[in-house]
Design a protein around this ligand. Structure first.
Ligand SMILES: [Cu+2]
Length: 352
């Protein structure tokens, strides 16, 4: 009997343990990005396909394994017999059967798959609210033209309503993914994709770019906030107002720096109500402090986190365009002082 290499056994064990761990942690239904814990019709129909394919595969797997094990035992080489087993060639019935059965299985899987593929691109209610989603390295812009709302990284939607989405990208290919609401959809520059989704539950659902798009791809996240129609309407009303005007010396100082050529922030960010800040390279900041998260969903929108972001954005999100292109970050002679950062933070936090 050949001795089994200990090294090989060790690797197999690690592989097995790794797979089991991945399965255990990947499939917990209450995981924030679980595709099994569906909350709307689109993700439901996609999860159903997964189950159909998995169970069909399971049946085939069990059948094939059973026949294999049976044959291995039944037709094993017996002691004292060196003769060849009986040789068989050609069996029409068998050959037709193992061609037709898999073909039927594939058709059975293809029909619901194709149907669901078309269903997600063709909205059941083309008149429903449409959101233009634009991917940027490394954040998402949400624009609801019919309401005049523009925001970033946090999409509010009303519960139980169809939401139509138009997906675009400003730079490279990204992918739009809210696991509990719908499968991944590519966001391609100059080639708009459309899809829709609907959430039947209120709550906050995690989204994530799902196509490698550069250094900080893993830090390109967003949230879908599903609320009642009334809460949603209130949110829209708040978003439509102009930004708060500075109300004390510190926020005034922050505001002035934001709008100055030394600060340079206005060139990339929009603050509605100001005559100067209508840049679109970075997220809209008119109601910045009404958002729960900062820097595309990667941290809570707190004072401390905002200070860290304004002090050194590159250490938080390597390669990001603000750190790369804003003079206050790429020219050490123009760096912001601590009091300036505090003033900017105070101003931004007053933008409710
Ligand atoms: Cu990405």
């Amino acid at each position: 009997m050949p001795t089994i290499n200990r090294q090989v056994v060790k690797y197999c064990f690690v592989l097995l343990a790794g797979t089991i761990l991945a399965l255990i942690f990947g499939c917990t239904p209450d995981h924030p990005q679980s595709t099994f814990d569906t909350v709307g019709p689109v993700s439901q129909s996609q999860a159903l396909i997964f189950y159909i394919i998995t169970y069909a595969g399971l049946v085939v797997f069990i059948l094939v394994m059973a026949i294999l094990i049976y044959s291995a035992i039944k037709f094993r080489r017996r002691q004292n017999t060196d003769a060849d087993p009986e040789q068989i060639h050609g069996n029409n019935t068998l050959e037709i059967a193992w061609t037709v059965i898999p073909a039927l299985l594939l058709v059975a899987v293809a029909v619901p798959s194709l149907k669901s593929l078309f269903d997600v691109t063709v909205s059941p209610e083309p008149e429903a609210m449409t959101v233009n989603v634009t991917a940027n390295q490394w954040w998402f812009r949400f624009d609801i033209p019919e309401l005049g709302v523009v925001t970033a990284n946090e999409l509010h939607i009303p519960v139980g309503e169809v939401i139509n989405l138009r997906l675009n990208s400003r730079d490279v290919i990204h992918s739009f993914w809210v696991p509990k609401l719908a499968g991944k959809f590519d966001m391609i520059p100059n080639n708009e994709n459309t899809m829709w989704f609907q959430s039947d539950e209120e709550g906050i659902f995690y989204g994530q770019c799902a196509e490698f798009c550069g250094e900080s791809h893993a830090l390109m996240r967003f949230k879908v906030i599903v609320e009642s129609r009334k809460e949603f309407d209130n949110w829209v009303q708040e978003q439509l107002t102009d930004a708060n005007k500075p109300s004390d010396p510190l926020t005034q100082q922050g505001h002035d720096l934001f709008m100055s050529s030394e600060g340079g922030c206005y060139a990339c960010h929009t603050i509605r109500g100001s005559k100067k800040a209508y840049g679109e390279v970075g997220p809209e900041l008119t109601h910045f402090s009404s958002r729960k998260h900062l820097a595309a969903g990667i941290m809570d929108n707190t004072h401390e986190n905002l200070i860290s972001w304004l002090t050194d954005p590159d250490s938080i999100k390597p390669g990001n365009i603000m750190a790369k292109n804003a003079a206050v970050y790429n020219d050490s002679e123009k760096s912001l002082s601590d009091p300036e950062i505090s003033a900017l933070a105070a101003y931004l936090r007053s933008l409710e």
